[in-house]
Design a protein around this ligand. Structure first.
Ligand code: HEC
Length: 152
């Protein structure tokens, strides 16, 4: 091996290593970001359900939590960059099907966006029975994504 080729191959190895490291870091960031986002969604949804068990639910609080959930739902399309799935070797419950079936995943995302938006609007009107029904529909949209796209 001439000095020139070994210099080139060393440069190549360094470039590949650096590229790999960058990819791993961004996958790690993406996973941390979405898990934190879903944690917030989970917290809001729990708060809403607990509020609804009370004799006089605070519908303003429910509307506020619904607004937060809807805000997160709009970010979901940015939470799943390629390379941040199970192939990253990192700890994630996201299934590879998210990237293999993007249209289906997008439909599941849109369903949640639609239901959480409806919940936000209905909660603002203060009718507890109507809110309960819409919370059910919203919960179904969580399941509509978790069942196909999240590991148990
Ligand atoms: C479009 C798909 C989708 C929708 C809709 C969705 N989720 Fe998830 N959720 C996921 C995926 C995928 C993960 C796993 C993320 C990971 O581990 O990288 C997840 C993870 C979570 C987590 C665990 C977060 C953590 O790591 O601690 C909670 C809690 C959660 N979701 C709650 C909800 C609730 C509540 C709803 C509905 C109000 C909902 N999700 C709607 C796909 C979805």
């Amino acid at each position: 091996m001439s000095d020139k080729t070994s210099a080139v191959s060393i440069a190549l190895v360094l470039a590949l290593t650096a590229g790999g490291a960058i990819a791993a870091t961004s996958a790690e960031k993406a996973i941390a970001l979405r898990q934190a986002g879903y944690k917030e969604v989970g917290k809001s949804f729990k708060t809403i359900n607990e509020e609804l068990k009370k004799d006089a639910p605070d519908t303003k609080l429910i509307a506020k939590e619904a607004r937060m959930m809807h805000g997160h739902s709009l970010s979901i399309p940015k939470w799943f960059p390629k390379g941040s799935g199970p192939e990253s070797g990192l700890k994630t419950k996201a299934k590879a099907d998210i990237w293999a079936e993007p249209a289906k995943f997008s439909d599941a995302t849109k369903a949640f966006q639609t239901e959480s938006q409806k919940l936000r609007v209905i909660a603002g009107k203060g009718d507890v029975e109507a809110i309960k029904l819409q919370v059910k529909a919203t919960g179904a949209s969580c399941g509509g994504c978790h069942t196909p796209f999240r590991e148990k």
